[in-house]
Write a protein that binds this ligand. Structure first.
Ligand code: ZN
Length: 293
């Protein structure tokens, strides 16, 4: 899923849309939404840091009646006058830390998105649907939809079991695949590689697109049990995933060699790309039965 940063033709101010794209404007696949994976979340964190961090929050509003923050009015008021001190990506979770011991805990799920608007530029979605709008002197940031948005204290974040259980983030600068081979194998049990890669407690940040693409590029069959893979194969998959996601983070564009290409010829061998639901969540995996062993 590409992450677009465009110039508004009238104002010449850059407006960034970060996360899933409006279906009508997606250049590759109309009416398809893809869950924001780790690269997207890291990119959003970078963008918010550049545009908003250090600036005083003039206002924090919740335009959408469906915003989860509607029940946190007192904490919302507490954001005003404060500053974003750090925007942090942890796997698929986005944590916006403010001074005053408050943090926004965001998860975009399949359809959520963050946008940053510079003065006089336009929102790319109706602002009435925003779950939160943070207005600073220089820029505004807004989250539209998602699966989670909550104002937490730092202590509550530390105690959050969803965050505490996260495995190592593939995009962490200190991530070293070789350090995680044994834990990944031990904790995968008899699960397949494809299913294990989506388990955020094993490694965090991988979603359904990178699961398929990473296994394809590494040439490893996502249906094999992790317990049957050797260290070289697991290491290769993790190295490949990290490389692909770093490309997504820096370039804003994801690989699409097998994902949603079921029935089309494999770009390597010409055999039809296969697809099938995998794991308890039945997330569709795409692979080439000829190239991936
Ligand atoms: Zn093939």
């Amino acid at each position: 899923m590409p992450i677009r940063q465009e110039l508004d033709a009238k104002t010449r101010w850059p407006a960034a849309a970060l996360g899933s794209c409006p279906p009508s404007s997606h250049p590759c696949q109309a009416n398809v939404h893809t869950m924001a994976e780790g690269d997207t979340i890291h990119r959003i964190a970078r963008r918010l840091s550049a545009a908003i961090a250090g600036r005083r929050v003039l206002d924090a509003t919740v335009p959408s009646p469906r915003s989860p923050l509607r029940g946190q009015t007192a904490r919302l008021v507490g954001l005003r006058g404060g500053r974003l001190t750090r925007a942090e990506a942890r796997g698929k979770h986005l944590l916006l830390h403010f001074d005053g011991d408050l943090a926004l805990h965001c998860h975009l799920g399949m359809r959520g998105a963050w946008q940053v608007r510079q003065p006089r530029s336009k929102w790319r979605r109706p602002i009435g649907g925003a779950w939160v709008v943070l207005a600073t002197e220089g820029a505004e940031g807004a989250q539209f939809g998602g699966t989670r948005l909550a104002l937490r204290s730092e202590g509550e974040l530390r105690a959050d079991p969803r965050l505490a259980s996260l495995g190592p983030d593939l995009l962490d600068p200190e991530f070293v695949p070789s350090a995680h081979l044994a834990p990944l194998r031990a904790r995968s049990g008899d699960r397949s590689l494809g299913e294990s890669l989506l388990d955020q407690s094993l490694v965090s940040g991988v979603g359904n697109v990178y699961k398929s693409e990473g296994c394809f590029v590494a040439g490893v069959d996502p249906w094999r049990a992790v317990s049957e893979l050797d260290d070289t194969e697991i290491g290769l998959v993790l190295e490949t995933l990290r490389k692909l996601m770093l490309q997504g983070l820096e370039g804003g564009r994801r690989p699409r060699q097998v994902y949603r290409r079921a029935g089309l010829p494999c770009i390597r061998c010409g055999a039809p790309v296969r697809s099938h639901g995998q794991g308890d969540a039945n997330r569709t995996t795409y692979w080439c039965g000829n190239c991936q062993r």
